[in-house]
Write a protein that binds this ligand. Structure first.
Ligand code: SF4
Length: 244
């Protein structure tokens, strides 16, 4: 990961911490701690559920293949979200939080961590500037994806699924209908795997989020993509994408 400085230059994480002109070093370290991990190369790719359900798959493709610098302000949004999660989870037994799930498919796997499965409720926590009137589609799908990825024994314990939004002023919980979305995850994962292999980005899924997208310049051709596919091109047929 690289950091975009206010003067427009870009720095590696360690250089940014060393510089620390924007904030005291202790704050820069807090924002960037553990952010310079390298992705492991695997025979079969593994995608986090949030990458598969989070709106635009083209954006996910660029996020996996392009090294776009991020501002420290953006890192504060991520760090603050993690801190609120930890605050909510702190009184739950360790075995009820951050449950790792893995759904293997033919061409890839979907992986994820459930925020909490506690007292019969599967929780997905979201920090946000403004609490929505209804839960966002991507958040509904994320919670349903985790539900679908549980073992039968774990799923038998789930009486309710909830997405809980935390803003600076309010908290609001929404009940989510359980649904098997594994075919949808597999279809999205297959499209992504093919795109990475061939170097051809998935089609645009335009929305109001485009204006906040880190990759809009590449997406609309104002900047060139750098990704060069390193595997022989072999296009696989996407799985059925219908939501069950
Ligand atoms: S600009 Fe919009 S369509 Fe393009 S990658 Fe970003 S979110 Fe997707």
């Amino acid at each position: 990961m690289r950091i975009l400085c206010p003067d427009g230059s870009e720095k590696e994480v360690d250089e940014c911490i060393e510089c620390s002109k924007c904030y005291p070093k202790i704050i820069t370290k807090m924002l960037l701690g553990g952010r310079n991990k390298k992705r492991k190369k695997r025979d079969k790719p593994r995608y986090g559920v949030t990458r598969l359900v989070g709106g635009c798959l083209r954006r996910t493709y660029y996020d996996l293949t392009e090294d776009v610098a991020r501002t420290l302000d953006k890192m504060w949004i991520f760090t603050r979200g993690t801190a609120i999660h930890e605050m909510v989870q702190k009184d739950m037994p360790p075995e009820d939080i951050e449950l790792f799930l893995d759904a293997p498919f033919a061409t890839c796997s979907a992986i994820g961590f459930v925020d909490a499965l506690h007292d019969g409720v599967l929780y997905e926590f979201k920090t946000t500037a403004n609490i929505p009137e209804t839960p966002q589609e991507a958040h509904i799908l994320q919670a349903q994806a985790y539900y679908s990825m549980l073992t039968d024994a774990q799923r038998a314990k789930v009486k309710k699924i909830q997405v809980i939004y935390f803003s600076m002023h309010k908290i609001r919980a929404f009940d989510i209908v359980p649904r098997n979305v594994l075919p949808y995850l597999e279809a999205r994962g297959t499209i992504l795997t093919n795109a990475i292999k061939t170097g051809v980005a998935p089609k645009r899924e335009e929305s109001y989020l485009c204006r906040l997208c880190d990759f809009k310049d590449i997406c609309y051709g104002h900047k060139s993509a750098t990704h060069v596919p390193d595997q022989p091109v072999k296009v696989e047929k996407p799985a059925q994408s219908t939501l069950l």
